[in-house]
Write a protein that binds this ligand. Structure first.
Ligand code: PMV
Length: 321
């Protein structure tokens, strides 16, 4: 009664920020992401009748604070698979946790995939996507590779692949500006934004147009139109964050320096654009031909600790161990 799975984090080109339902963790808006093949979470789920509750061990340390989210997912999986036993979930990331690299997305995608395999559920059951979403709003996107669309519908959300990695093989250059964990989680920050930012309603209202346009640009592989739109969508989200009370200031000086460099490179003709999530890391999305030049330019910025160059990756999948 154990199985292992691997999943990659994803980065949204069109972001979600805010919930329309907290209990089911339903996003206020849709989102479009790419899956990052170079960063990996590996998770083993082992059901065990001697346990009295689920246990999560992440990078060798037990995570008691994560228990409510873990239990919410595991209870739903148990109901679906008619399983009574609790489980030990052992997970490791080969990249910084909770620092704006979507570790919770890859974490919950890998967890759901491994647990489903351990209790014999069909990996393509769409209910697994909803269970992943209960763990992390962006986790259903890590269930797929390449370009991924997550949309609201009447029932909840629908998640699907738009393009496979090989269809449009973009490269993501990640500039890591700190390994420290963020102080305010996305979940807490989003709710605070909904309640206090004057820009929140405008963000939600203008979002559908961004989604539609992005889908069109992705289908036509129109890099420069997507670049301008994605940067603007990212900055709209950060405008909501910054106008939250008290403010959510996720950027470091190095974050802004990287963003400015990316804009400068694009003005010089290089196919690259930035995006930044609820953390200080900068992700520069580029065509493969410009990846090395972008990586060199970002590496040269004082305070940038590390550069990770990632191809687009595959979705969550079971692995044999
Ligand atoms: O994955 P969550 O629910 O913790 O929130 C992700 C929020 C952003 O990364 C800021 C935006 C996004 O769409 O990924």
């Amino acid at each position: 009664m154990h199985a292992s799975a691997t999943a990659h984090p994803n980065v949204a080109l069109i972001k979600y920020w805010g919930k329309r339902d907290e209990a089911d963790n339903l996003p206020a808006v849709g989102s479009i992401s790419v899956t990052l093949g170079a960063l990996t979470t590996e998770t083993t789920v082992k059901f065990d009748d001697s346990l009295e509750h689920d246990v999560l061990i992440l990078n060798g340390q037990e995570q008691a604070a994560e228990h409510p989210r873990l239990a919410a997912c595991m209870n739903r999986l148990r109901r679906l698979g008619n399983e009574q036993r609790f489980a030990t979930v052992t997970s490791k990331n080969d990249f910084p946790t909770a620092a704006g690299l979507a570790s919770s997305a890859s974490g919950y995608a890998a967890l759901v995939t491994a647990a489903a395999a351990a209790i014999g559920l069909d990996a393509s059951d769409p209910r697994l996507l909803d269970i992943a979403r209960v763990g992390s709003g962006s986790a259903p996107r890590s269930m797929f590779g390449g370009f991924v669309l997550l949309q609201n519908d009447d029932q909840g959300t629908v998640c699907e692949q738009i393009l496979r990695p090989a269809d449009w093989p973009l490269v993501v250059v990640v500039a890591v500006t700190t390994d420290a964990q963020k102080s305010i989680t996305s979940r807490v920050g989003m709710e605070r934004s909904r309640l206090t930012s004057d820009y929140y309603d405008a963000w939600v209202e203008s979002h559908a147009t961004d989604m539609q346009q992005a889908l069109e640009y992705i289908r036509h592989k129109d890099f420069f139109s997507l670049a301008e739109l994605a940067e603007c969508n990212c900055l709209k989200m950060h405008s909501v964050m910054m106008t939250t009370r008290p403010p959510l200031l996720y950027w470091l000086p190095e974050t802004l320096a990287c963003m400015r460099k990316v804009v400068e490179l694009r003005a010089e003709g290089l196919p690259v654009f930035f995006t930044v999530d609820a953390g200080p890391q900068v992700k520069a999305i580029c065509l493969p031909t410009s990846a090395n030049a972008v990586a060199d330019a970002l590496r040269a910025i004082p305070g940038v600790r590390r550069i990770i160059i990632s191809d687009l990756g595959e979705g969550a999948r079971q692995i044999m161990q």
